[in-house]
Design a protein around this ligand. Structure first.
Ligand code: GDP
Ligand code: GDP
Length: 453
């Protein structure tokens, strides 16, 4: 089966060789034609509840974002391979090697032997597979999608082809897989590090902002009606672009107003949500306040990067290990930030700013790191051999496998035999292992459990 089965039947100004091929594969009746029609936007493939009604491979030009691609709806693959069905099945399978991305469709309501057979056939191509769980027609079926992470594919989306749900997620994921940039994202936005500088009044936020993005930007009078969620400025460091977000207290205004904003949780949450990395400015002499701890908690819970910045070190006496003593004290009083880097600077003197930005970059890299599912699962096996999950009243707990659910924030899903009373100490153990062995030492990570029987 070496002949190309996907010679485009349409005009191409662009060289056909460069146009990626995306195929839709799945057993009969999972909704391939319905999805195909929804994406193409016209009723080309025949949908019919009779299994296997789409008999042939139908290539069609489609635009993913504004990128031309070739979309192929494969015929239904049947298990009993005879005659015509056999031909369709073989064509479908040879389509796999010729595709740049494979939309492998399953249903959220049933998994059959035919699905399992296809899963096996798709294994060698798992790098380019997007598992599309169809017929997720409403929120009640959303939860079913989690189950499909068990098949070990890096990417899974839940959609409803008939209701048009989840189609944007599907397109975004595809854009990512094919290394294309989505239309509404400016290319530089994807690599920009978004920084928020937070902290108590008078810790030096404006001074640091001015130093980073140029003088006087922060002395901007409030213009009525302008949105407050604006970018303060941008700067480059060692070839990377950084954006400093406006946060309470950077723009000059009355200290009273600043205090009000500093203590507003909603305001803080909004800022944190927009940022990748938060610099929590602390006056080195004063140390962490209770409010700092609350904000730090929010940052950690949202999975954002956090760096404690001890400012005004020029005011330290320089006697003995004063700075180290301050750091030790913070570590002791606030173990939840055990992973967060602590750096010390003088914003006023411009001291150690490069070191701070190197730290920001390191944290950002970890936030955006992705671990291969197979690498993770090998590690899980080793961690389980080193330390078995404890016994519960209903026997041993087991971790079957896991997957990195997202980067920035970094989240992992672990599939276990029983969620009820799963020992928190073992989750902590897994988190520590992930940090230590997979390179997430400086950022918050989350581990969620899913039950699989
Ligand atoms: P194919 O054989 O894989 O091409 O599947 P079809 O696209 O022909 O769909 C098979 C059946 O499933 C049809 O009756 C569709 O209407 C139905 N179907 C497709 N997508 C959905 C969906 O998202 N939700 C529901 N409830 N039914 C769907
Ligand atoms: P903000 O309220 O957090 O924006 O703090 P500002 O940037 O307005 O700084 C408050 C005061 O601390 C100002 O008088 C600054 O000059 C001073 N300051 C800021 N950074 C430093 C520093 O590194 N060393 C010293 N000695 N003073 C600083």
């Amino acid at each position: 089966m070496t002949d190309s089965i996907i010679s485009p039947p349409f005009d191409t100004q662009d060289s056909p060789a460069k146009i990626p091929v995306i195929s839709i594969v799945g057993r009969p009746n999972v909704g391939k034609s319905t999805l195909f029609n929804r994406l193409i936007g016209k009723r080309r493939a025949i949908t019919d509840p009779t299994p296997g009604v789409t008999r042939d491979l139908i290539p069609e030009r489609w635009y993913l974002g504004n990128h031309p691609v070739t979309l192929v709806d494969s015929g239904g693959v049947k298990v009993e391979r005879e005659g015509f069905d056999d031909l369709v099945a073989n064509k479908s399978l040879s389509l796999l090697s010729q595709s740049d991305a494979i939309l492998f469709m399953m249903e959220c309501t049933a998994v059959t032997a035919e699905d399992e057979e296809l899963l096996t056939a798709l294994r060698p191509y798992s790098e380019k597979v997007l598992l599309v769980v169809n017929k997720v027609d409403g929120p009640k079926r959303d939860d079913l999608v989690w189950e499909y992470y068990q098949y070990g594919f890096q990417r899974v989306v839940g959609i409803s082809a008939t209701h048009g749900l989840g189609i944007e997620d599907l397109e975004d994921t595809l854009l990512g897989m094919l290394n294309m940039v989505s239309l509404d994202e400016a290319p530089e936005e994807t690599e920009r590090v978004k920084l928020a500088i937070m902290g108590k009044p008078n810790t030096g936020k404006s001074t640091l902002t001015n130093l980073l993005v140029g003088s006087d930007v922060s002395i901007v009078s409030e213009i009525a009606g302008t949105t407050r969620d604006v970018v303060m400025g941008t700067f480059s460091y060692k070839g990377s672009d950084f954006t400093v977000l406006d946060t309470a207290g950077i723009r000059r205004k009355s200290k009273v107003e600043e205090d009000v904003e500093y203590y507003s949780v909603n305001r803080a949450i909004k800022t944190i949500d927009e940022a990748d990395v938060v610099l929590l400015m602390v006056d080195a002499i004063e140390g962490l306040s209770d409010q700092d701890k609350k904000i730090a908690n929010l940052i950690v819970r949202r999975g954002k990067g956090i760096i404690l910045v001890l400012n005004k070190i020029d005011l330290l006496t320089g006697i003995g290990n004063e700075l180290q003593a301050i750091k030790d004290r913070i570590r002791f009083l606030f173990p939840i930030l055990g992973f967060a880097p602590i750096t010390s600077i003088s914003a006023l003197k411009g001291q150690d700013i490069g070191k701070l930005l190197d730290t920001v970059w390191g944290v950002w890299r970890q936030l955006n790191k992705r671990v291969d599912t197979s690498q993770l699962n090998e590690a899980i096996k080793e961690w389980g051999e080193a330390y078995q999950p404890p016994r519960g009243s209903m026997g041993h707990y087991k971790v079957y496998y896991g997957t990195q659910f997202s980067a920035n924030p970094v989240k992992f899903l672990m599939f276990v035999n029983r969620i009820k009373d799963f020992p928190p100490i073992y989750i902590q153990y897994l988190k520590n292992c992930i940090r230590r062995d997979l390179g997430f030492t400086q950022i918050p990570i989350e581990v969620d459990l899913r039950e699989r029987r």
